[in-house]
Ligand binder design. Structure first.
Ligand SMILES: [Zn+2]
Length: 320
C-alpha cells in the first residue's frame, strides 16, 4: 500500500496516511490510543478510568489548510495545546487508558455533534450529501460548531463556504473514527469493571472574555469540572475527583463556566454505569497564555500533580 505524507505542520510529529477503500486515511492515523501494558498484575488489569483528549491534536491533514484565510499560529490558539502531554504520564503510570485526537479541533471538533453545522460556513444550497443532516446548535451560531467558522472573535477561518462533500469527508475520516474508538473503549472498560469513568480533558483561558459564558474579566479557578449540571456522572465520583484536586491545593469550580458538551451528552449515562466528567485546566498553570510558550518548571509540577490526582482518584473510587 502506498503511503502519503499526511501532515503539513505538527511540532516535529508526523503520521502517514494510507489510501483506504472508503477514505484517504486509515482510522488509526487520526488518534493515539494508550492502553496500559505492564508486567505487574494489578496494573495490567487496568482500571475503570478512560482519559480522552479531543482538542490537543496538532497534525493538519493533507489539504487541511485549503481555503483557510488565517495563519497556523492563530488557528493554534483554538487548540488545547500540551493537554495530551500533561495527562499522558499520569495515565501511563496508573494503568489508565488514554485516547487523544491527532487532528486539530478547528478542522473538526469531536466535542460537537455531526449535525452541528454552521449555516454561515457550509454551502447547503445544493442540499447535503446522503448521510448528513443539519441541526445547528447555539455553538454553530457562535461560530464554534462542528467545523469552526471563527478562530477568535471576528476572525473568520475560511475565505469561502465549504462544500457538503468536504464536511462529510472530515466526519467520516476523523470524527467518527474518534468516537468509534471512544465508544469501544468505554464498552470494554465497563464490561471489565462494571463501571467506567471518562475524564474528558481540556484547557481554558485563565480569564473569561466577551465570547465565553462567564464574560470578560472573570478570573477562573485552577480546575473546572463539568457534569452537565449533575447529569453525566454519579456525584460520588465527581466528589472523589474534586477532593483529589483540592487536596493538592488546586481551586475547583463545578459547571461554572463550562458544563460539558457533546462528549458528556454521549457518554455520561450514570444509570448504565457510564460516568463522564469534563476537566478544564487553567492554562496559566503551565504556559504563557498569549505565546503558548511552555513554562518548564510549571509543566513538570502540573504533570506530577495530575499523577497524584489520578492515584488519589483511584484509591478513593475503590473505597466507595
Ligand atoms: Zn477543549
Amino acid at each position: 500500500m502506498r503511503a502519503m505524507t499526511g501532515v503539513l505542520e505538527g511540532q516535529g510529529l508526523s503520521f502517514r496516511a494510507f489510501p483506504c477503500a472508503q477514505s484517504s486515511y486509515c482510522t488509526d492515523s487520526v488518534y493515539k490510543l494508550l492502553r496500559p501494558t505492564c508486567n505487574d498484575e494489578a496494573m495490567s488489569r487496568g482500571c475503570p478510568i478512560l482519559i480522552s483528549s479531543p482538542h490537543s491534536g496538532t497534525l493538519v491533514p493533507l489539504n487541511g489548510m485549503q481555503h483557510v484565510d488565517v495563519s497556523r499560529d492563530i488557528l493554534t490558539q483554538t487548540e488545547d495545546s500540551y493537554v495530551d502531554e500533561l495527562w499522558h504520564g499520569a495515565a501511563s503510570t496508573s494503568g489508565v487508558t488514554m485516547l487523544s485526537a491527532l487532528f486539530p479541533r478547528w478542522y473538526i471538533d469531536p466535542n460537537r455533534a455531526e449535525d452541528d453545522l454552521d449555516p454561515d460556513l457550509i454551502d447547503v444550497s445544493a442540499g447535503l450529501p446522503p448521510g448528513m443532516s443539519f441541526a445547528p446548535s447555539t455553538k454553530s451560531q457562535m461560530g464554534v460548531g462542528l467545523i469552526r467558522r471563527l478562530a477568535a472573535p471576528k476572525t473568520l477561518i475560511y475565505k469561502q463556504l465549504l462544500l457538503g462533500e468536504e464536511v462529510l469527508h472530515r466526519i467520516e475520516t476523523f470524527h467518527r473514527p474518534y468516537h468509534n474508538v471512544l465508544r469501544s473503549e468505554m464498552l470494554r472498560l465497563h464490561q471489565k469493571h462494571g463501571q467506567v469513568l471518562l475524564l474528558d480533558v481540556h484547557s481554558m483561558k485563565s480569564v473569561g472574555n466577551e465570547t465565553t459564558p462567564d464574560g470578560p474579566g472573570t478570573v477562573r479557578p485552577d480546575v473546572v469540572l463539568g457534569d452537565l449540571d449533575g447529569v453525566s456522572c454519579a456525584p460520588q465520583y465527581e466528589q472523589c475527583l474534586k477532593s483529589a484536586f483540592l487536596d493538592i491545593g488546586y481551586s475547583v469550580k463545578i459547571n461554572n463556566p463550562y458544563k460539558g458538551a457533546h462528549i458528556m451528552k454521549l457518554y455520561g449515562k450514570p444509570k448504565q454505569g457510564w460516568h463522564a466528567l469534563q476537566v478544564e485546566l487553567n492554562r496559566g498553570l503551565y504556559r504563557v497564555e498569549k505565546t503558548r510558550e511552555k513554562i518548564p518548571d510549571k509543566i513538570s509540577t502540573v504533570k506530577s500533580d495530575l499523577s497524584t490526582v489520578i492515584q488519589a482518584l483511584l484509591t478513593n473510587m475503590k473505597a466507595l
